[in-house]
Write a protein that binds this ligand. Sequence first.
Ligand code: GDP
Ligand code: MG
Length: 276
Amino acid sequence: MLCSLNRDNQSALQYVKNYKPHAEGQQVRILLHGPVGAGKSSFINSVQSVLHGRMYTLALADNTSDCSFTKKYTTYKIQKGGPDSFYPFVFNDIMGLDRNGVPVDDVRLALQGHVKDGYRFNPVSKMSNDDPYFNQCPAANDIVHVLVCVVPADTVHPIKDEMVKKIREIREEASSLGIPQMAILTKIDMTCPEIQGNLKKVYLSRHVKKKMEQFSADVGIPMNCIFPVENYHNQIDLDSDVNSLILSALRDIIKYGDDFINLKKSNDRLICFNVA
Ligand SMILES: Nc1nc2c(ncn2[C@@H]2O[C@H](COP(=O)(O)OP(=O)(O)O)[C@@H](O)[C@H]2O)c(=O)[nH]1
Ligand SMILES: [Mg+2]
């Protein structure tokens, strides 16, 4: 399957496969947030499928309106080689933008690494710091290193004003912590007939460009940090064009996360230096 990847795919795939954080044991934590049904779980599944060269359903994409799958905070790791070996990046998936979504206060706690795996978010009350799932002392691997907003490009699910407001609030939280932010525009295959079956046309599509510009203007994420993708959702085999967009988004997500880890390390060193 991998031999059908074009040269760009190969270099993005190599980057992802070879990526190693500077510090031993460090991992990049990627937090995906967005409305229910946007394609967060499908993106995690798609990443795993591309990296393994066959279809995977690790994060259980859900095509019903019941969002219970994603209410529990879960870290998704992707196996590399053997059963105990994993890629040095992990995903968390949070349903943060709907009326019944995770409170913004809890997203802030997740960004800071205070939310332990298994915590069940409650849309009407925020996490208390005496909760057994509250992580009192987050380690370097617990904090979020890159925040990715996942939104659908199709017109069936337009992004409402209240959603834009919440995305902005979450972005402000992340900005105050210095966490880099990006966006993934999913379901581009549903936007216009020219893209359906020919993803190469994505950057020529006026519809997708307009969507990206609109989203960028609404929430303030620059155009070069917004990645259009089609997730694997009903395909039986991998496809080089689908892989290409997923890999290009993933490579940049890892790069931004890695930059943040390095910046944080050098800032921490400076603080120690000043204290000493
Ligand atoms: N056509 C299309 N469907 C998608 C895409 N991404 C996800 N889906 C479908 O959208 C539905 C919701 O996806 P899911 O990943 O569960 O969304 P989540 O709630 O954000 O985790 C599922 O039926 C997926 O198969 C995409 O890029 N294109
Ligand atoms: Mg999900």
